[in-house]
Design a protein. Structure first.
Length: 279
């Protein structure tokens, strides 16, 4: 199928998924759960097929800043979709699905990524898959943290005198699981993402010489990735030892993920679009 047709299907479907989430959050009518899930499943299927055609082309596997963002956004949307069967959080869907739609427009604006020379190496493919899964899970955790910050603020702020604002606040809070459940989901995602991030660093260290022809380099990507790993380790250790929760945990979560984003996407953006160097 032509990529133009796939774009014409994928982006509106992802946008419509975000629109249904917005309707569930702000509207007076909520879409049936079955309809919502069917639309999201179709959006993920079409956008996943499009992503596959962009990644695997006749001249080999393509990857870089744009496709990396697309993979992370798609996987994060998939995680949100699966999570909705257990603990649905419409506010999270409102963040993830429209963001995924915007990211899928990036190749039309910034161009497609070039082929990479290690594409045929199965160890590299495994390393890349683990890294993308880590970014996605920790990204969902960060988005989840943003929703929790809103929930905690809404629970503790004075009740609005305006009737419409009060009804909206109650509607938003009613759609969210309890704060304890949200916190449990957050740390479950953080632990899973942390394990995958650890495996990413280990596989990168073990096989870097085989891929690059030189020993492991302590470059910007490595530095930011290690700082982020240490920061997530402190957060999870603080949770176990000191029972960290609430604002302390949310700040560590968001700060750690911000550093992780710099590790690949920050340095890759500079290399590809400022220094004009393909990596």
């Amino acid at each position: 199928m032509n990529n133009t047709i796939l774009y014409a299907l994928a982006v509106p479907l992802l946008s419509a998924s975000g629109g249904l989430a917005a309707l569930n959050v702000f509207g007076k009518w909520s879409a049936p759960a079955g309809l919502n899930r069917a639309l999201v499943a179709l959006a993920l299927l079409v956008s996943g097929y499009l992503l596959g055609t962009l990644l695997f082309q006749t001249d080999g596997m393509h990857f870089g800043f744009v496709l990396g963002l697309m993979c992370v956004a798609w996987l994060a949307s998939l995680v949100a979709f699966v999570e909705s069967f257990f603990n649905r959080v419409p506010l999270l869907e409102l963040i993830v699905f429209p963001l995924c739609a915007v990211v899928f427009l990036l190749p039309l604006w910034m161009g497609e990524d070039a082929a990479i020379r290690m594409a045929g190496d199965h160890l590299f493919q495994l390393h890349l898959l683990i890294a993308l899964a880590a970014y996605s899970l920790l990204g969902i955790a960060a988005a989840h943290g943003i929703v929790m910050a809103f929930q905690e603020k809404a629970l503790h702020q004075p009740v609005a005198s305006n009737q419409e604002n009060r009804v909206l606040r109650e509607r938003l809070l009613d759609q969210l699981p309890s704060l304890l459940t949200m916190e449990s989901i957050l740390f479950r995602q953080l632990w899973a993402g942390f394990v995958l991030l650890s495996l990413t660093l280990i596989t990168g260290f073990l096989f870097s010489e085989e891929w690059s022809g030189s020993s492991w380099r302590f470059d910007h990507k490595t530095l930011f990735a290690i700082i982020s790993w240490c920061s997530f380790a402190v957060l999870l250790g603080g949770r176990v030892v000191f029972g960290w929760r609430g604002k302390v945990a949310l700040r560590w979560c968001l700060g750690s993920y911000a550093v992780l984003v710099l590790a690949y996407f920050g340095t890759q953006f500079v290399l590809e679009f400022i220094l004009k160097r393909a990596v």
